[in-house]
Design a protein around this ligand. Structure first.
Ligand SMILES: NC(=O)C1=CN([C@@H]2O[C@H](COP(=O)(O)OP(=O)(O)OC[C@H]3O[C@@H](n4cnc5c(N)ncnc54)[C@H](OP(=O)(O)O)[C@@H]3O)[C@@H](O)[C@H]2O)C=CC1
Ligand SMILES: Nc1c(N[C@@H]2O[C@H](COP(=O)(O)O)[C@@H](O)[C@H]2O)[nH]c(=O)[nH]c1=O
Length: 334
């Protein structure tokens, strides 16, 4: 394996994927800090409002070499920026910072990363993808003006898939289709581990709308809340022609949530971030509208409902991660 810019950037990209979709409305971003060939930190942005990937990585890199430093106690992005600007003492001058997205150049919920980098002056900043958000872009120019060497476009195509949800929800609607299955394709009953269910519930907590099929509501009698993480239950649209449901089904009883029963899929375009929980009937209907399929694969083989359907669709695997002992696979339609 060649240890080059692509190698370090891939580490940053993989770290960012661990938080894919969880950073909404922000993009998922990762960052690797390398000092004279030694990897000091591989970090990511975890959640909107929290520190950006660069800030987490610069903090971790500094602490790696200064383990008992006060910086350990600083958690907010503002505190970390302030501390590093005042105390870096040239620590980063021989560092290379690999970041999957152009460092932000504006003060939003957190201070500008480009400003922090200008102050601590790393040897080089390597960027995979330009920021498409006009408000936050301009980081490259700003670093250039400060005399910091920039390399732009390292693994840009791979980073594009990472950035894709952000690109879609900035300009319209991002729709992903989540499906849990066993290794042999069974989709009924309890499939996922508690850790994977917690991820599903974290996603439910983040989205603007969940879409679910009419039959699923009748057969599963679901709740569709975010109880595993004590989060916010999403608004739900039940895709239905029939439109007749027993209103004792738990999902109708969850407080502070809207339930729409509709056969109008154009309604999805009123929302920015939509999760579909479904299987093959719904996938067949929605396949042209779906941006990502997120498959949660449990390492079990068992008797159950399988893929007996008419769907015929090829996909590209754009990423895969483990969640505990289960696998999460991200797919894009070919
Ligand atoms: N493993 C997993 O992750 C999941 C498993 N499941 C399971 O999989 C099974 C199948 O689910 P899934 O494949 O998602 O599909 P569903 O059977 O839930 O969805 C299809 C529904 O879409 C509605 N529909 C179809 N065509 C139209 C149309 N032209 N206009 C309006 N509404 C329409 C119908 O609702 P109506 O009949 O009300 O008209 C139909 O019942 C479920 O029964 C459930 O048990 C479900 C979700 C996730
Ligand atoms: N069984 C299963 C899923 N099933 C989905 O969750 C719905 C039930 O939600 P709730 O009533 O809130 O628990 C069900 O109708 C289907 O959409 N999802 C997963 O991630 N993993 C699983 O193992």
């Amino acid at each position: 394996m060649k240890i080059d810019d692509n190698f370090y950037m891939k580490l940053a990209i993989d770290e960012a994927w661990k938080y894919q979709l969880l950073t909404y409305p922000n993009p998922a971003v990762g960052c690797t800090v390398v000092k004279n060939g030694e990897i000091l930190a591989i970090e990511a942005h975890h959640e909107a409002g929290e520190a950006h990937a660069e800030v987490n990585a610069l903090k971790a890199a500094y602490i790696k070499k200064n383990p008992n430093n006060l910086l350990k106690m600083k958690n907010s992005s503002h505190e970390i920026h302030d501390y590093l600007i005042k105390n870096h003492n040239g620590f980063f001058h021989d560092c290379e910072v690999f970041v999957t997205l152009e460092p932000c150049n504006h003060i939003g919920k957190t201070p500008a990363c480009a400003n922090l980098l200008k102050e601590i002056k790393p040897k080089r900043v390597i960027i995979a993808h330009k920021d498409i958000n006009k408000e936050a872009s301009g980081g490259c120019e700003s670093l250039n003006e400060a005399g910091i060497e920039i390399s732009l476009g390292c693994m840009e195509k791979v980073a594009y898939n990472l950035l894709y949800p952000f690109i879609k929800w900035r300009s319209g609607t991002f729709i992903f289709f989540k499906m849990a299955m066993t290794l042999n394709g069974s989709i009924d009953g309890n499939i996922s581990s508690n850790q994977t269910l917690a991820l599903t519930h974290t996603l439910r907590d983040k989205i603007d709308l969940m879409l679910i099929g009419g039959n699923t509501v009748r057969s599963d009698k679901p709740t569709l809340d975010a109880r595993y993480i004590v989060g916010r239950a999403p608004n739900v649209m039940i895709y239905s022609k029939n439109k007749v449901f027993d209103n004792s089904i738990p999902l109708f009883k969850v407080p502070n949530r809207e339930v729409i029963i509709s056969d109008d899929l154009f309604k999805l375009l009123d929302y920015k971030f939509v999760m579909v929980e479904g299987t093959y009937s719904l996938m067949e209907i929605l396949k042209e509208r779906i941006d990502f399929v997120v498959l949660l694969v449990s390492p079990k083989i068992r008797k159950g409902l399988n893929a007996l359907n008419d769907i015929d669709q090829d996909f590209e695997i754009i990423h895969e991660n483990m969640i505990g002992k289960e696998k999460i696979i991200y797919l894009k339609r070919k």
